[in-house]
Design a protein around this ligand. Structure first.
Ligand code: ADP
Ligand code: NI
Length: 218
């Protein structure tokens, strides 16, 4: 591992010491690993991919009073202090400022391959078995309820509505997680997402069967 990558690992681990379990160092480690695998199949700058994956959640606005520029300032200072090339730094900051689901309407029109790879890796970690675990962890953290059949999902929420995240966790599947499969940028991520998506659909089917006690024979 190059010096700058191992420095970044130490820095990010420390930054996320007290993070919520769905957005902790292990989320970053999974995204980093997935991004490297996706990047190996594309012609991309691995240093940009690794730095952006490692730094993408160091100060999520939802855990920092909605401050949307903090992460970029902290990451920028870190990269400058460690002598990272100016172009690399600019590319990394562009990725971490724009890759979030809630910013998808403002995202760059022609994102770089490095942007696409890191965004796909973050999105893959939001779906499948891990996606289910993370969603309920976040819901618990926010004290949201699991499900309420009387509250319909709102799939086309504005950024402001989405940020409130006070809905039910089951609705979060319809409002975000089930939409991600069709938003993947790279072929490898698209293929991987298919299985993870099916797994979530099956989970929701089972969840509703049990909710209605339909699995209990009369
Ligand atoms: P992004 O990181 O792309 O901006 P979010 O921060 O909104 O996306 O979501 C990251 C992860 O946090 C989601 O994939 C999910 O696991 C969890 N999460 C966010 N909002 C909710 C919610 N309202 N209910 C349950 N989980 C949520
Ligand atoms: Ni993330």
């Amino acid at each position: 591992m190059s010096d700058i990558i191992s420095e970044t690992v130490v820095f990010v681990k420390n930054q996320l010491k007290n993070a919520e379990a769905g957005h902790d160092w292990f989320h970053i480690e999974r995204v980093w690993k997935t991004a490297r695998k996706l990047a190996e199949k594309e012609k991309s700058n691995m240093q940009v991919v690794e730095l952006a994956a490692l730094l993408h959640d160091i100060a999520d606005p939802k855990f920092h009073n909605g401050d949307e520029t903090l992460a970029s300032r902290i990451a920028g200072d870190f990269l400058s202090k460690n002598g990272v090339d100016g172009n690399v730094k600019a590319e990394v900051l562009l990725i971490i400022e724009n890759m979030s689901f809630k910013n998808r309407k403002e995202a760059p029109k022609n994102p770089s391959i490095e942007f696409q790879v890191v965004q796909d890796a973050d999105r893959l970690d939001a779906i499948g078995a891990i996606g289910i675990a993370r969603a309920f962890t976040f819901g618990g953290f926010k004290n949201n309820i699991l499900h309420n059949p009387e509250i319909p999902p709102k799939p086309a929420m504005s950024k402001e509505e989405y940020k409130k995240s006070d809905g039910t966790t089951v609705n979060h599947f319809y409002e975000k997680l089930l939409l991600l499969k069709d938003m993947m940028n790279t072929e490898t991520a698209r293929k991987t997402a298919e299985h993870r998506h099916l797994y979530m659909e099956n989970f929701l089917k089972e969840f509703c069967r049990e909710w209605d006690a339909d699995d209990i024979s009369a």
